[in-house]
Each structure stands twice: as C-alpha cells, then as structure tokens.
Ligand binder design. Sequence first.
Ligand SMILES: Nc1ncnc2c1ncn2[C@@H]1O[C@H](COP(=O)(O)OP(=O)(O)O)[C@@H](O)[C@H]1O
Ligand SMILES: [Mg+2]
Length: 302
Amino acid sequence: MISIGILLFSDQKNSLSCSTSAADEIIKAAQARGHRASVLLARDLTFLDEQGKMTVSHDGKRLLKFDVIIVRPNFSESPDLYAYPSQMLSLCGYKVINKWPSYSSTKNKIDQHVVAYDQDIPRADWAVGFRSHGIMQAAKKLGYPLVAKVPRGSWGHGVFFADSPEVLRPIVDFLTSRYQSPVILERFIKEADRSDIRVFVVGGKVVGSMRRKAPQDDVRSNTSNGGRGYKVKITKEEETLSIRMAELYGLDIAGIDLLRSKKGPLVMEVNANPGFKELARVTKLDIAGAIIDYAVEVAKKK
Ligand SMILES: Nc1ncnc2c1ncn2[C@@H]1O[C@H](COP(=O)(O)OP(=O)(O)O)[C@@H](O)[C@H]1O
Ligand SMILES: [Mg+2]
C-alpha cells in the first residue's frame, strides 16, 4: 500500500470546489487500487526549522509520512507566495509531482509566450506590452479579430474577444491604467471554430484527449464557461507536440491546449492543474486512475 497526499492551494471559492472534486476522484481511484490518499491544504502546513532540523506540521499535527505528494496548483494569483510548500516538501524528502518551479511559469501567460518563442513552439501570432498606444499599434498589425489576455487568469476569466479597435481599446485602456497590467494580444484562430483540443499528459504519455467547443455566445471553450467536450482523435503531430510541452515545463501532470489552425496545431496554453471531469465524461477513461498509477510508479522508484 502506498500513501498519497494531494496538496491543494485554495485562494478562491470556485477554485477550491473544482479542485476538491478532482481530489475526491483521485482519492477514490487510489482507494480502488488499495492505496491510502488524503488532501493536504497548503495553508495548513507549517514548517519549523530548529538548527537545520525541519518539522512539518499540518493543521497542528506532525505531517504524516507520504510516499508521494500530488500537487494541484489551484491558484492563479501571486504564485511566488505559493512556491514554498512544494519546495519545502521536496527538500524534506517527500516525492512531489508537479514540482515547483515546473508549474510556476505556467501560471503566467506572458512567460508561456516567452518560453514558446525561445523554443520555437508553434503559437498564434502574439504581442505584449504595457502601453495602450503600443498595444493598439500591434493590434493593427496582427489584424482583427483578436484576443486580449491578462497574464494571470484561468477559467477564461481575463480573456477578451475583440473584433475591432472600438472594442479592443477600452479593454486595453482599462487593463493598463486600472490594473497596471501588461496586455497580451493573440491573433484569433478563426478556423479552430471556437474549439480547442485538450490533451492530458501524465508521466510523458497522453492519457486522454477531447475537443472542447465554446457555447454559442462565447469564443471561450473552457468547460467552466459552458464549453462542452467531444470525442476527438488527435494526430501524431498533436501527440508529439503535447508531450514535448509537458516535458519542456517539466510537468508530470499537464493539460495541453491546442488550436487546430491552417498551419497545423498551435499551442494555446499549458495547464499544470488540469481538471478532468469533462474529459472523463467524454472519453469514459479513468483519468484519476492514470494519475494514481503514475504516482505509485514515482513512489516506488528508488
Ligand atoms: N488565440 C486564440 N484563438 C482562438 N481562441 C482562443 C485564443 N486564445 C484563447 N482562445 C479561447 O479562449 C479560451 C481561454 O483562453 P486561455 O488562454 O486558455 O485562458 P484560460 O487560462 O483562462 O483558460 C480558450 O480555451 C479558447 O477557447
Ligand atoms: Mg485555458
């Protein structure tokens, strides 16, 4: 029997409930395989260093000896404040999957573009800037429609569709002046038909994939916005690209979002805390089971 911890970071209510249901599924899958699993909350962890001897407690009690800890980084703001729990657990000898810093750069959409640019990863044409004037100039070059994004966000919150400068400009003005935030622009990939491909990678293998389609009145396909999943068969190119992305970020568990464009698959986003409820519904695959099988493999490795 392997003992498994699932580390959750809750800062927002909807994030917690989403992650709790994923954690529940993972716990059930562990129990079905005869293992023990329980949830740890990052905010309940306390680390005490007495002359180099570290004591870790959780909710006032000494932390149990877990064989492996699955980190579900369910936060989008202030990732720098959430680094230490997984870093410290690794340093204290716990085997951690989805380690910091592998998930830190996935929390910033600008970082994702920077990494992709550096590594020549196929992406939609994009721009980033702090000043309204410069961003509007870049938008003119990219052409409409396009999508404006804030660096940190998930569930499609912070993603704005603009089909003209009249629509885009107030968004950019607001984000740059009110939030002092840089704004990312991306060419809107029309031919993807308001759909993307979610590829779920665990331990360097694709364990499931689906097409997600946005609801009628939206371009965002996030299931949290009413997007729905459909069966899909991914190409070898999509599979290879997804595995490469998980590897590039060093993620054990990753949700890679691709857009099917005229020029082939483009990487839209890499998620370090992918949900799998819709994916499991659509594919009838045991995604939680695949996560546990991998965690057990890691736990048993010398
Ligand atoms: N460049 C783009 N072209 C077409 N659709 C896009 C583009 N960028 C984002 N979208 C749509 O918006 C959704 C949310 O964007 P994403 O960058 O994944 O933000 P989030 O992190 O909030 O999920 C995507 O799932 C996709 O449906
Ligand atoms: Mg997304």
